[in-house]
Design a binder for this molecule. Structure first.
Ligand code: PLP
Length: 325
């Protein structure tokens, strides 16, 4: 079913540059994502892979701090034994030593703290709660060492390939969120592996009772076969960028390719509960840096309802005003 839908979409429109144009399918997919996202999420940036979503997270975090007049915040803290992708920024925050080794001199300097890995690292007499708090204390100490005014933080909600799908102990993410808030640090969650329904809820963090400032998703978003990823952005960050420069300088010529804009009938769509938040306030112009443009493309909702696929790409974008955010 996906193939005819893709071909039909290609016949209607093939390409539009992501720095200037958006499409109805992209807007509708973004609106669906926002309607079901953690509280506070207001916007989406699409890309073509998990690694690209991570790169976008890193740059957006840094961009936010420049916009709000805290340009010294350029460092990141992440966890050992994590995997965040293979591009240079993603490798930098990642903690997979063998993947990093040949490129170590080229990587951004990132502070690494312990993963939440109770199976091996919780003390024999330590409760889950005490272990989670100990790790939050370690993050706090690392922040103080680097200077909290210099940092944005980073974590996988459920540690993926490098730890064998290890979930955090109860209370860990609440404690991490609290440490980040205390120091004015952004919390970035990598849900490329664990999100989009793979842990029983749409987002793994739904089970932790916290919301990130930025979140990377991919993999399940494309139903397993389409090269599509996304960065979910909180309203706080969006508003800061809007009030500031008004744009996120991160467009990719290849990022709006037809083959990168397939929202297959994904497993996450099948499992979606009723939207927990009012779509009315969140659904318009939901992508970032992409104004609405002419679109004759099939809509996401139609594809969703029919259980088919849609390509999220551009129409001929005649006469569209192109603003920043
Ligand atoms: C947690 C996590 N983040 C990022 C990535 C990178 O995604 P991609 O391989 O699509 O670039 C992966 C890939 O396995 C991942 O598991």
């Amino acid at each position: 079913m996906a193939t005819p839908m893709c071909c039909a979409q290609l016949d209607k429109l093939t390409y539009a540059h992501s720095s200037f144009f958006t499409t109805r399918p992209a807007e509708e997919l973004a609106a669906q994502l926002i309607a079901h996202a953690p509280p506070g999420t207001s916007n989406v940036v699409f890309c073509s892979s998990g690694s690209e979503a991570i790169e976008a997270c890193l740059k957006m975090a840094r961009h936010y701090f420049v916009e709000v007049g805290e340009p010294r915040r350029s460092k990141f803290i992440a966890r050992r034994q994590s995997y965040h992708g293979i591009t240079l920024g993603a490798l930098s925050v990642g903690g997979r030593a063998t993947a990093r080794a040949p490129f170590i001199d080229m990587l951004v300097d990132v502070g690494h703290v312990s993963p939440c890995y109770a199976y091996r690292e919780r003390g024999a007499d330590e409760t889950d709660e005490a272990y989670g708090l100990r790790l939050a204390g370690e993050l706090d100490a690392k922040l103080r060492q680097l200077g909290p005014q210099n940092v944005a933080a980073f974590a996988e909600t459920v540690a993926g390939a490098t730890l064998g799908a290890a979930p955090a102990v109860p209370g860990y993410f609440k404690a991490i969120r609290e440490v980040c808030d205390r120091h004015g640090v952004l919390l970035i969650l990598d849900e490329v592996m664990s999100g989009m329904g793979r842990t029983g809820t749409l987002h793994a963090c739904d089970q932790e009772g916290i919301a990130p400032d930025l979140m990377a998703i991919a993999k399940g978003l494309g139903g397993g076969f389409a090269p599509i990823g996304a960065l979910l952005v909180s309203q706080r960050i969006f508003e800061a960028v809007k009030r500031g420069s008004g744009s996120f300088p991160h467009s990719l010529v290849s990022s709006n390719r037809t083959d990168a804009r397939i929202g297959a009938k994904p497993t996450w769509a099948i499992r979606l509960p009723a939207p927990p938040h009012s779509p009315a306030s969140r659904s318009s112009n939901a992508t970032i840096s992409l104004p609405m443009c002419a679109s004759r493309a099939p809509t996401w909702s139609a594809a969703y309802a029919k259980g088919s696929a849609t390509i999220i790409t551009s129409a001929t974008c005649a006469g569209t005003g192109c603003s920043g955010v």
